[in-house]
Ligand binder design. Structure first.
Ligand SMILES: [Zn+2]
Length: 303
């Protein structure tokens, strides 16, 4: 995996891109790069699992989003369901992702059976890398659909915090990919939030969005991954596990703006939240320009 950045005369044609030193390259994906009215700043050529991509950074003016009334939401990201929004909207994992994961597991077994240093092992490792890249693309695409919808339809969203120490200890493949998805989700929400006017907030790392009862606030000691329903032993609430978590996160937005947090659930912060600062700075920049990156597949070799 590697990449390099090029600046200078970059031109986009219908079927080709012209880069400094490399000349004209044929594009495999066409039609979604604007060829006029944009100022191209730079191009980055990168390689991932024997496939080549080019990203271009462009500068263009856009108007501020119309101040329209939008609702707030909590968003729970998970493994079984990609994302659950507190208004009830679910974003399921694409089935292609599951198929990809099954393939990865099979390829891992094949690699481990091959003799080290042999040509067959090299070939299997290459196939595995390609399967990983494909899985990442499928997930990324699904995440794009969810983040675009949220940025356009919500004025503020609250996400849970990523447990980094737990992530490093976890060797489960599905969990690892879900964790990577969290970072990507957060990144996409960051810039789309600026474009469409949606504030992105993150809960305190120890906020128990999954274990907390939405109705009475009781926090469970344990909640295993296969418990799909939240059942409260105190008040009798029965609710979908992910929806309960999403609604708990939504409540945090209201609690924060009111300035009062339930004891132990949320640490008060002396400095303004980093998220909010970033958001406001970004809004100032946004008035004059919008920087956008688009990746296009250039092509690659088959195994
Ligand atoms: Zn309860």
């Amino acid at each position: 995996m590697g990449s390099f950045r090029l600046t200078g005369a970059i031109h986009i044609f219908e079927k080709e891109i012209q880069l400094p030193r490399l000349g004209r390259l044929r594009l495999k994906e066409r039609g979604y790069l604007s060829t006029s009215g944009v100022h191209i700043l730079s191009a980055t050529v990168s390689e991932r699992a024997w496939r080549w991509f080019v990203s271009i950074q462009v500068e263009l003016e856009i108007a501020d989003p119309e101040p329209i009334e939008k609702s707030i939401a909590g968003v729970d990201l998970g493994i079984n369901r990609m994302a659950q929004v507190s208004d009830g909207t679910p974003f399921e994992n694409p089935r292609a992702l599951q198929r990809s994961l099954t393939k990865i597991k099979r390829l891992h077994r094949i690699v481990s059976r091959r003799v080290k240093g042999g040509a067959n092992r090299r070939k299997a490792v290459r196939q595995l890398a390609k399967a990983y890249a494909r899985t990442a693309s499928i997930r990324k695409n699904a995440l794009h659909q969810a983040t675009t919808w949220l940025a356009k339809n919500k004025s503020a969203i609250m996400l849970e915090n990523l447990n980094v120490s737990g992530m490093l200890k976890n060797h489960n493949l599905a969990q690892a990919i879900a964790d990577v998805g969290w970072c990507e989700f957060r990144r996409q929400m960051g810039y789309k939030g600026m474009w469409y006017g949606c504030q992105v907030k993150t809960a305190d790392r120890f906020y128990p969005s999954t274990k907390r009862c939405l109705r009475c606030g009781k926090v469970k000691d344990e909640m295993s991954l296969d418990e799909r329903t939240y059942e409260c032993q105190v008040c009798g609430l029965v609710m979908d596990r992910d929806l309960n978590a999403a609604l708990n996160l939504e409540q945090l937005i209201t609690a924060r703006s009111a300035g009062s947090y339930a004891c132990g659930e949320e640490k008060s912060m002396a400095a303004p939240e980093r998220d909010q600062v970033l958001f406001h700075e970004a809004r100032l920049v946004r008035r004059t320009e919008r920087r956008n990156r688009m990746s296009i597949y250039l092509g690659g070799s088959a195994v």
